[in-house]
Design a protein around this ligand. Structure first.
Ligand code: ATP
Length: 200
């Protein structure tokens, strides 16, 4: 479904990714751990086409759909949370309001809350970011520091939702600089000095 081979990325003379290869299969949950600035977001940006690699290939199956949270998710700041999710889903004509409302409620967000997203806290925005990455049945989900700003209860919900994604055979790559409590991975990789290596 996703195959990355021999990826190389430079910013000027700085080599951020060196010969990075990775294969993701249905239902698999992979953790990429790395310090700030190690290149985790850069990998996701290349997979999603935001950035172009200098070398190497990214293969994505024709039926695969990517959902992603990369850095700070952007929203229509003056619209409500539900309007934002509706707008994002309608871009692909795949808006399932029942599911969106269920996900919001699971994350203790009120779908009827009319306040603009500009007033949302970092954790609330992050929850919306996670929802938009999974609300259209995306089968490859890329999450960059997904629990940033999220409270303990929200993290428990997040872990529970990830369990559901696994049952649905949807694959997830999580990039973070530390561990997320109670989250077990199929593979743990470390990005250090541009090289992706097996952590255990
Ligand atoms: N557009 C860019 N132009 C120049 N340098 C960049 C650019 N984007 C990223 N970099 C550099 O590439 C390196 C990797 O950045 P990246 O954002 O991928 O790291 P990260 O592991 O996601 O960090 P964090 O955990 O802080 O989000 C950093 O040194 C960063 O300064």
């Amino acid at each position: 479904m996703l195959k990355i081979e021999h990826l190389n990325k430079k910013f000027g003379k700085k080599e951020v990714l060196k010969d990075v290869s990775l294969t993701l299969s249905p239902g698999q949950r992979i953790h990429i751990i790395g310090k700030n600035g190690s290149g985790k977001s850069t990998i996701f940006k290349i997979i999603t086409g935001i950035l172009k690699q200098n070398d190497g290939t990214v293969e994505i199956g024709t039926d695969d759909v990517i959902g992603a949270v990369i850095e700070n998710p952007g929203f229509l700041e003056y619209e409500s949370s539900l309007e934002n999710l509706k707008f994002l889903a309608e871009l692909n004509h795949d808006y399932d309001e029942k599911l969106v409302k269920e996900l919001m409620e699971e994350f203790s967000l009120d779908p009827e809350d009319s306040q603009p997203v500009s007033r949302y806290s970092i954790g609330m925005r992050q929850k919306l970011g996670i929802i938009q990455a999974i609300m259209e049945n995306q089968n490859i989900v890329l999450l960059d520091e997904p629990t940033r700003g999220i409270d303990k209860e929200g993290i428990e919900t997040f872990v529970k939702i990830l369990g559901q994604l696994k049952e649905q055979k949807r694959a997830v790559i999580i990039a973070s600089h530390d561990d997320i409590s109670n989250l077990v991975y199929d593979r743990e990789l470390k990005l250090k000095d541009g090289v992706l290596v097996e952590e255990k």
